[in-house]
Write a protein that binds this ligand. Structure first.
Ligand SMILES: NC(=O)c1ccc[n+]([C@@H]2O[C@H](COP(=O)([O-])OP(=O)(O)OC[C@H]3O[C@@H](n4cnc5c(N)ncnc54)[C@H](OP(=O)(O)O)[C@@H]3O)[C@@H](O)[C@H]2O)c1
Length: 335
């Protein structure tokens, strides 16, 4: 079985193609999945580049989608031939989050999906949306479910709300699409005017270049007649949070998802308090949230935006492309 492994000290150059033993047949309660696709996330980049240390020989990539090749004794949920997609926190089935780290996350604390086949208990997968390619399904595990949870589960978003998204990475583009699907008005930022045009094509009602307009929080207030954004999908962290606090509506909600600008910084806490806004950290979501998300995608007809697909052998090149920031939406791996 073809795999890619992280070799320590981890760098993109030390990613190693390996031939490993076939995982064999599924035992009771397990399924065997032929993995056909994965997709890149900032978190995967941190693992393969050594920023988040992992075990030597770890198979990277949290996202995996493919086809069920065999089911073990007692498995009722899946049948041979089903299209499935991996879960980010396999032990978190439903309810409040039981953990706050990546110790159980494929591609970090345990082996991930840069490989051709895997045998795992059923809770490691859910059904993929009908009509999705494996590449499209592979975008749901991390980026898709995070945007869904931020807006729909934790929001919760209502038709007519205003949603603010930052940048044009995987999570943010999903957030634009989901917000439009749920009947919201969308304001989106990017550093690139060409990407701002593409955001309008996806349905963004207003766009702001955050490089040429660094006081974009004020601009959001103007665009909403002084109301502000009801929900903000915050992927920047300390470098963007002050502007997000400026932009949020009184009583609004900021989903703190990302740390693209760093892990600590000065935050205008008094202004956040005065806004009476809710600032909520979150990491992806539960298996049952993923199942609800899959059903919503089938009804809503949303298809993920895939920028480029690389072969498994091109994983390092795919991460270099992600690091260059040229992408719009998701970067996938075909396996
Ligand atoms: N908490 C969770 O569950 C969770 C899940 C997924 C991701 N994340 C986090 O969310 C963040 C984004 O992840 P991703 O996978 O979507 O990344 P990605 O696809 O690599 O997105 C990167 C994009 O972010 C934008 N960006 C960079 N700096 C920015 C800034 N200062 N202000 C606004 N936008 C900025 C850029 O967009 P433009 O080129 O348009 O400027 C860039 O293309 C990361 O920090 C990641 O770790 C967290």
């Amino acid at each position: 079985m073809k795999t890619i492994a992280v070799r320590n000290p981890a760098t993109l150059e030390s990613l190693e193609m390996q031939d490993r033993p076939d995982p064999g047949d599924p035992g009771p309660g397990e399924i065997r999945v032929r993995i056909h696709a994965s997709s890149l996330n900032f978190h995967d980049y941190s693992v393969v580049s050594g920023v988040m240390p992992t075990e030597d020989g770890r198979i990277p990539m949290s996202d995996g989608a493919g086809e069920v090749e065999a089911v073990g004794q007692g498995v009722q949920e899946f049948a041979v031939g089903d299209s499935v997609v991996s879960t980010f926190f396999p032990p978190w089935l439903a309810g409040p989050p039981p953990l706050g780290d990546f110790s159980q996350t494929p591609g970090d604390g345990i082996d991930g999906y840069a490989r051709e086949a895997v045998v795992r208990p059923v809770n490691y997968f859910t059904r993929a949306p009908k009509g999705y390619t494996h590449e499209e399904a592979a975008t749901l595990t991390t980026a898709g479910l995070t945007a869904w949870r931020a807006l729909v589960v934790d929001g919760p978003i209502k038709a007519g709300n205003t949603v603010l998204t930052l940048g044009t990475g995987g999570v943010s583009i999903f957030a634009v699409q989901l917000a439009k699907m749920m009947g919201a008005k969308v304001i989106s930022t990017s550093s690139s005017d060409a990407k701002l045009e593409r955001l309008k094509g996806l349905g963004a009602d207003h766009v702001i270049n955050y490089k040429t307009e660094p006081e974009w929080g004020k601009r959001v207030m103007e665009l909403t007649g002084g109301h502000g954004a009801d929900h903000i999908v915050e992927v920047g962290g300390p470098g963007t949070l002050p502007q997000s606090i400026q932009a949020v509506a009184i009583g609004g909600h900021i989903a703190l998802i990302g740390v693209l600008t760093g892990v600590a910084g000065d935050i205008p806490t008094a202004r956040l308090m005065a806004k009476q806004a809710r600032l909520q950290g979150l990491i992806v979501g539960s298996r049952s949230q993923q199942q609800e998300f899959v059903r919503a995608l089938e009804v809503g007809g949303l298809k993920p935006v895939i920028d480029r697909t690389f072969p498994l052998e091109g994983l390092a090149e795919a991460f270099r492309y992600e690091a260059s920031g040229q992408h719009f939406g998701k970067i996938c791996i075909g396996i």
